[in-house]
Design a protein around this ligand. Structure first.
Ligand code: HPA
Length: 277
């Protein structure tokens, strides 16, 4: 079986398993949680919790802080599926590691994918502990999760990949909740080493406002499957060379918690008005 039919087959099996447990739920919004954001699920109601271990093609819980769970539930009137834990390109060198989970969300009927991540900031006003809505991205890795895809639809249009009306809805939700929501362009570096200060200076010249090691492949896959996309970064640090703090994964985890309340309030408000989109 080639790589592409493997994804197709695995997501079919994952969907069958999820539907056998999901009591007829009809999720509209998929949410992928980034490092340190696991507490988001505390406020989700009527939860059905499944382990990635039972879902073919879903990632092993790799990075510390990822639970490896799929949670069906409801938040402020909207049926959601939360993926608590993602795989990164740097773990395996495979840019399509999140293909089966994204395909599964699509097959389950989701129309929107909301991505969250931890990121470094290149914008002096976006300090650690704040949140930033992504309006575009730069793929700085040279790889793509659609390598090897044979369908003509592999030529995915990436204009307005971050759906303008979802972005507008998030702006409104932030102002209703009195949350400062920065906006900017995210640049994807492969990791796992952090960037050098010279790379960050280059990224700044290219127009980047936030830097991270995830999300972009999932955005490309989501657009391939016709899902609408919105994405929020939690700023856990100033990017390399922009502050005296040493970069570390522990810092990412600790500072992610600082912004978790804002993220919770923002997404809660967004989902309470989701149907009026
Ligand atoms: N660079 C890359 N990934 C990150 C960073 C960073 O500064 N912070 C959190 N994730």
């Amino acid at each position: 079986m080639n790589n592409l039919s493997t994804h197709f087959y695995r997501s079919k099996k994952a969907v069958e398993f999820i539907q056998s447990k999901s009591e007829g739920r009809q999720p509209k919004v998929g949410i992928i949680l980034g490092s340190g954001l696991g507490s988001f699920v505390d406020n989700v109601h009527n939860k059905i919790i499944l382990s990635y271990e039972d879902l073919p093609g879903f990632p092993d819980a790799g990075v510390k802080g990822h639970a490896g769970q799929l949670i069906l539930g409801e938040l402020n009137g909207t049926e959601i599926i939360v993926l608590q834990g993602r795989a990164h390109y740097y773990e395996s060198g495979k840019p399509d590691v999140m293909r089966t989970p994204v395909e599964t969300l699509k097959k389950l009927g989701c129309e929107t994918l909301l991505l969250t991540n931890a990121a470094g900031s290149l914008k002096p006003e976006a300090q650690p502990g704040s949140i930033m809505m992504l309006t575009d991205h730069i793929n700085f890795t040279g790889v793509n999760p659609l390598f090897g895809e044979s369908e003509i639809s592999r030529f995915v249009d990436m204009v307005d990949a971050y759906h303008p009306s979802l972005c507008e809805k998030l702006r409104t939700a932030a102002s209703t909740q009195n949350i400062t929501l920065h906006e900017g362009v995210y640049i994807w570096f492969s990791g796992p080493s952090f960037e050098t200060p010279a790379e960050i200076r280059a990224a700044k010249l290219l127009g980047a406002d936030a830097v991270g090691m995830s999300t972009v492949p999932e955005v490309i896959l989501a657009r391939f499957y016709g899902l609408k996309v919105a994405a929020i970064s939690i700023i856990t640090n100033m990017a390399a060379g922009m502050s005296n703090e040493e970069l570390s994964h522990d810092q990412t985890m600790n500072n992610a918690a600082m912004a978790a309340n804002d993220l919770q309030a923002l997404l809660g408000e967004f989902l309470s008005n989701y149907e009026t989109l």
